[in-house]
Design a protein around this ligand. Structure first.
Ligand code: SAM
Ligand code: SF4
Length: 512
C-alpha cells in the first residue's frame, strides 16, 4: 500500500493559509495532494521491493545549478548523514556547489530527525531563524526533508506556520530532488512531495562523501521492529536489504579510492537479508565477504539484540579488519519494560548474548542506547537498568529521556512518572556510566593503540584527534600529514570521554 502525491499551491495562497493555524491543510488539498500518512507508513504488505537503477538527472536540469550554491544542515543519525551525502551528490550533478554559510546559499535543505521532540523543536527553531535569510534573499529555495517530513502533523505545521519553506520532501523522495527543485524554481510554487510507501531501493544515486577517509555504506533501509516508542518504522519504511553484490562493489570502490574505514549502515543491520526470498544470506555472511576486502577497518551499526545470531558472532571472532566495537542498544534493564517496548528480548536473553560476544571477542568494547522514564517505569525497574549497566560494563552509552512520538503505541500510554523524576534518573544513570567509562579508559594507560587520524582537535589545532578500532577518541600531538592515516599512539592519560597519548613511530605491541 502506498500513497504518493504532489501538492502545488501558489505562495499567495500559502500566505492566506498561514493565517489559520488550526486547520488540517492536508484535507484542504485532498484533491491534488496525498499527505504523508503514518497509518499508511505502518502497513507492511506483500508488495515486492523494487530495485531501481535508472536514476539520472534530466537533461534540462543538468546545468541548472551552475554558479549557485547549496547548504544542507543534517540532524540525527548516520542514516541522515549519509542521505545528505546522496543529496549533495545529486546537487553537484546539477551544477550546484557546496557552501558552509546559509547567507550565500541558493538552496538550503534541513535534513531532519523525528526521534525525539527536542530534535524536532531544533528544526522549528531553525526555520524561524531562516525566515530572515529568506527575506534577505527571496530567490533562496528553502527545503525540509528527512524523517520529520514523513509526519503529517509536521507537514501541517509547516504549511500553517512557516510560509518561508518552499519544498517539503520525504525520505522516499530523495531521488526526486531534481524534479522537486525544478517545480519549486520554475513554477515558484510550494512543493510538497512525501510518499508514505513501504519503500524501494534506488541503487545508482550519486554521492558526495564527507571526506575521503571514512565511508558509510547502507546495507539495508527501513525497520520492521516497531518498538512501541519509536517513529523510525513509520518514517523509513519497511526493512529492505540491498543485494550483496551491490554492497560489496561499493565497499571495493571505497577501498580502491583509499578509504581507511567503512561503516555498514542500517536501523537494524542484524535483520539484513531476512527479506530475500530466494537467498539464505545474513549479516554474518556479508561481513565474512567484506572482511576480505582490503579496507583497514570495518564497522557496522546499529545492531538489534533480537536478530544478533551465532553466525555473526563466529565471523566477528575472526577479527582482522572487523573492529572490536559493538553497539548493542539495550534500551532498558527490566524485562517487563522491554516487553512494553516490544523489544522482543528479555534482560536474561540480552545478558546471555553479551556473554557470548565477550567470549568470542574478548577485547570487544560494548556501547549501548538506553531510555529512562518509559511510561510508568518504577524505581525498582529503573534500578534494574543500573544493575544491568554495571554487569555489562559498557564503554559508553547514549542515554535518553523517553519522548512520546505521536502515532506510536507508547504515546497512548498514560504516564505517572513526573519529569523531574525522569531527569533525576537520567543523571543517576549517567553518573554510573561515566564511572565505568573512566575505569575502562584508565586500563588503556601505558598501552599502544592504533588510531585513525581524523583531523585537528576542535579545542586545539596543534593536537590531532582520531578513533581507535574500539571507538575511543584519542588526542595526541603529531605532524599534520598523518591526517587520514592509521598511526600508533601510546596512551598516557585517560578521561571519561577520551584518551590522551604520544605518537610512536617504532613497532610496539598494539592492543586495539
Ligand atoms: N535502530 C536502533 C536500535 O533499535 O537500537 C536505534 C535507532 S534510534 C535512531 C536511536 C535511539 O534513539 C534508540 O536506540 C533509542 O534509544 C532512542 N529513541 C528512539 N525513540 C525514542 C523515543 N521516543 N524517546 C527517547 N528515545 C528514543
Ligand atoms: Fe526504532 Fe526499534 Fe527500529 Fe531501532 S529497532 S529503529 S528503536 S523501531
Amino acid at each position: 500500500m502506498r500513497s504518493e502525491g504532489v501538492l502545488d499551491t501558489t505562495k499567495d495562497n500559502h500566505k492566506e493559509l498561514a493565517n489559520d493555524k488550526k486547520r488540517d491543510y492536508s484535507q484542504y488539498f485532498q484533491t491534488t495532494y496525498a499527505p504523508p500518512s503514518l497509518k499508511d507508513a505502518k502497513k507492511r504488505g506483500k508488495e515486492q521491493v523494487q530495485i531501481l537503477k535508472d536514476f539520472s538527472i534530466p537533461e534540462n536540469l543538468k546545468d541548472i545549478g551552475v554558479g549557485k550554491k547549496f547548504y544542507i544542515r543534517t540532524y540525527g543519525c548516520q542514516m541522515n548523514e549519509h542521505d545528505t551525502e546522496v543529496m549533495a551528490g545529486i546537487l553537484n550533478e546539477m551544477g550546484y556547489e557546496t557552501t558552509d554559510s546559509t547567507e550565500d546559499a541558493d538552496i538550503i535543505l534541513l535534513n531532519t530527525c523525528a526521534i525525539r521532540e527536542n530534535a524536532e523543536n531544533k528544526v522549528f527553531g531553525e526555520l524561524g531563524h531562516l525566515k530572515h535569510t529568506k527575506a534577505n534573499n527571496p530567490n533562496l529555495l528553502l527545503g525540509v526533508c528527512g524523517c520529520m517530513s514523513q509526519e503529517e502533523s509536521v507537514v501541517n505545521r509547516i504549511l500553517s506556520t512557516y510560509p518561508q519553506v518552499d519544498m517539503i520532501f520525504g525520505t522516499h523522495n530523495i531521488h526526486r530532488l531534481p524534479q522537486i527543485i525544478e517545480n519549486a524554481l520554475f513554477s515558484k510554487e510550494m512543493v510538497v512531495e512525501v510518499w508514505s510507501k513501504e519503500g524501494d531501493i534506488v541503487e545508482n544515486l550519486p554521492r558526495k562523501r564527507k571526506g575521503n577517509v571514512k565511508g558509510w555504506v547502507n546495507i539495508m533501509y527501513g525497520c520492521d521492529k516497531f518498538c512501541t516508542y519509536c517513529i523510525v518504522p513509520y518514517t523509513r519504511g519497511k526493512e529492505r536489504s540491498r543485494h550483496p553484490q551491490d554492497i560489496i562493489e561499493e565497499v571495493r570502490q571505497l577501498a580502491r579510492e583509499g578509504y581507511k574505514e567503512v561503516t555498514l549502515l542500517g536501523q537494524n543491520v542484524n535483520a539484513y537479508g531476512k527479506d530475500f526470498e530466494d537467498l539464505d544470506y545474513g549479516l554474518g555472511d556479508l561481513m565474512d565477504e567484506i572482511r576480505k576486502i582490503d579496507i583497514p577497518r570495518l564497522r557496522f551499526t546499529t545492531s538489534h539484540p533480537r536478530d544478533f545470531d551465532d553466525r555473526l558472532i563466529e565471523v566477528l571472532a575472526k577479527g582482522g579488519n572487523i573492529v572490536d566495537h559493538i553497539h548493542l542498544p539495550v534500551q532498558h534493564g527490566n524485562s517487563d519494560i522491554l516487553k512494553l517496548m516490544a523489544r522482543k528480548y528479555t534482560r536474561e536473553h540480552y545478558l546471555e548474548l553479551v556473554g557470548k560476544i565477550k567470549a568470542a571477542v574478548p577485547n570487544a568494547a560494548l556501547t549501548t542506547d538506553i531510555i529512562v522514564g518509559f511510561p510508568n517505569e518504577t524505581e525498582e525497574q529503573f534500578e534494574e537498568t543500573l544493575s544491568l549497566v554495571k554487569e555489562v560494563e559498557y564503554d559508553a552509552a547514549y542515554t535518553f529521556i523517553y519522548s512520546p512520538r505521536e502515532g506510536t503505541p507508547a504515546a497512548k500510554m498514560v504516564d505517572n512518572v513526573p519529569m523531574e523524576v525522569k531527569r533525576e534518573r537520567l543523571q543517576r544513570l549517567n553518573a554510573v556510566l561515566n564511572d565505568i567509562s573512566l575505569e575502562k579508559n584508565k586500563a588503556y594507560v601505558g598501552k599502544v593503540v592504533e588510531v585513525l587520524v581524523e583531523g585537528e582537535s576542535k579545542k586545539n589545532p596543534n593536537v590531532l584527534t582520531g578513533h581507535t578500532g574500539s571507538n575511543k577518541v584519542v588526542n595526541f600531538k603529531a605532524p599534520k600529514h598523518l591526517i587520514g592515516e592509521i598511526v600508533k599512539v601510546r596512551v598516557t592519560d585517560a578521561k571519561t570521554w577520551n584518551l590522551g597519548g604520544e605518537w610512536v613511530e617504532e613497532k610496539s605491541e598494539v592492543v586495539s
